[in-house]
Design a protein around this ligand. Structure first.
Ligand SMILES: [Zn+2]
Length: 461
């Protein structure tokens, strides 16, 4: 009996999570993410896996963010035919976000062809919407806390990770009793809507993310910030544009609007959720009772939705979205993408950025090279859809919202362990964040830690 783990993504970087577990001659892939960000990273999506997909025996998915699922359609298109294990809510979210991702790949390839931009990799789609629909048939629903057989006489079960709806840690136990905890992305304590991360007391080997391994989240009160910006919007009579991620962040915003209304801290204002994906995802959240925290379950049972504040309008079709351009304020428009580097929100920005009565509120990390980043850095004009747009709008951001545990929260979670793991592999972070977290774990707990490089493999004995 011999088992090992190989790191084929999210090694010294935050995207492309792919961890290959070998159990004798059996192969299990944990997460199958897309590389995102710079051209160099995106080009890695065209490289082959170390094992032909048809030789894989099983796939386990920790949660439905694209950097953990976005390569599945390609895996299946290249010949994988086997189970893809995930929680129920993760499967529901994959049904929405994978076809959307396929559509975007096709649009991007089409754009590159038309404008002669990009290299040979960008002129054909990585996969199509059809490929994405094809891969869905391999998904198999696994309940939290139920042991499930894996090839090589191993077993695994899911624990709640508290990161987004459906997110899970995968605990794998090999035939010789060795256990490995794949923690996926670690959520936060006391966030609204979903449950807290499960306390884990024991693992022989642990794989942990480090996105915010070098940072602490702001203690700013998001309710306070959102309330004051809504009041300013009422006063100016303009539009409040909130670029937002469809999964998780949009539902959190809806929840905060509802709380502020219940507390009488904001007046009624028309709120438009202009994103077909966010609308579908919100309905998945409302239906996933077993995933919700106590407060949410109570309100669902009382027949009201915490995710539908007064004045809410869900917009799916393009015509209604366009009609919002001529709608007078005060008005709130929540639309994707979260970093304003694509999606419907760019059309709202095109129309509303020149108006000094507009407020744009960013709700998450704005990566280098995105429109969101340029606006936050104070750009006075930006290029959008072939036009030069003057920026007279007020640009704001709320810092406290994140689905990832920060350094303090990661350490708090690690503090539940009763015994040190034999090794703790630190993945899913920029090198500076990984090193900061590593030295903190060594200092506070004295554990053995490893920062694997791309394609490194380790025995798990
Ligand atoms: Zn994630």
């Amino acid at each position: 009996m011999a088992q090992s783990i190989g790191f084929y993504g999210a090694a010294e970087t935050v995207t492309g999570s792919r961890h290959l577990i070998s159990i004798d001659n059996k192969k299990v892939l944990v997460d199958c993410g897309m590389f995102q960000g710079s051209r160099e990273l995106r080009d890695r999506n065209w490289e082959e896996l170390p094992v032909p997909p048809s030789n894989l025996d099983a796939v386990i998915i920790t949660h439905a963010h694209l950097d953990h699922i976005g390569w599945i359609p390609r895996l299946v298109a290249e010949g994988y035919e086997g189970p893809i294990y995930a929680t129920k809510a993760t499967i529901e979210l994959c049904k929405i976000s994978l076809p959307d991702s396929g559509r975007l790949q096709e649009e991007d390839a089409h754009f590159s062809n038309k404008h002669g931009t990009g290299n040979h990799h960008s002129t054909v789609p990585l996969y199509t919407e059809k490929d994405a629909y094809q891969c869905l048939k391999w998904f198999k629903h696994v309940e939290y806390n139920h042991w499930h057989e894996l090839p090589g006489r191993a077993q695994f079960r899911f624990h709640t990770a508290g990161h987004i709806l459906g997110s899970a840690f995968a605990e794998i136990v090999f035939q010789d009793g060795t256990n490995l905890l794949m923690s996926g992305d670690l959520g936060r304590y006391n966030t609204p809507i979903i449950k807290d991360p499960t306390a884990i007391e024991f693992a022989d080997y642990l794989v942990i993310e480090s996105t915010y391994g070098d940072r602490l989240h702001s203690h700013e009160d998001p309710l306070q910030k959102i309330a004051s910006i809504i009041h300013d919007t009422m006063e100016s009579g303009g539009a409040l544009i909130i670029p937002s991620f469809a999964i998780g962040r949009t539902q959190e915003l809806l929840y905060y609007f509802r709380v502020l209304q219940d507390q009488g801290r904001i007046p009624r204002i028309p709120i438009y959720i202009d994103s077909p994906m966010a609308v579908s995802v919100t309905h998945v959240y409302e239906a996933a009772k077993e995933e919700l925290d106590e407060e949410m379950v109570k309100s669902v049972e009382a027949g009201r939705s915490e995710l539908e504040p007064e004045g809410i309008n869900f917009v799916r079709d393009r015509e209604t979205s366009k009609a919002l351009n001529s709608q007078r304020g005060p008005i709130v428009i929540v639309s994707g993408s979260g970093m304003a580097n694509g999606g419907r929100v760019t059309h709202h920005l095109l129309h509303r950025l020149p108006n000094p009565n507009t407020i744009v509120l960013f709700t998450g990390y704005q990566a280098e090279g995105t429109l969101g980043r340029r606006l936050i850095e104070g750009a006075k004009e930006v290029h959008l859809h072939g036009e030069v747009v003057d920026v007279r709008a007020r640009i704001e951001k709320v810092n406290a919202l994140s689905a990832h545990a920060d350094q303090g929260e990661i350490l708090k979670w690690l503090g539940n362990f009763k015994k040190p793991p034999k090794d703790t592999f630190i993945v899913h972070g920029e090198p500076v964040a990984q090193e900061a977290l590593q030295s903190k774990i060594v200092k506070d707990f004295g554990w053995k830690t490893t920062i694997p490089k791309q394609a490194d493999e380790f025995d798990l004995a």
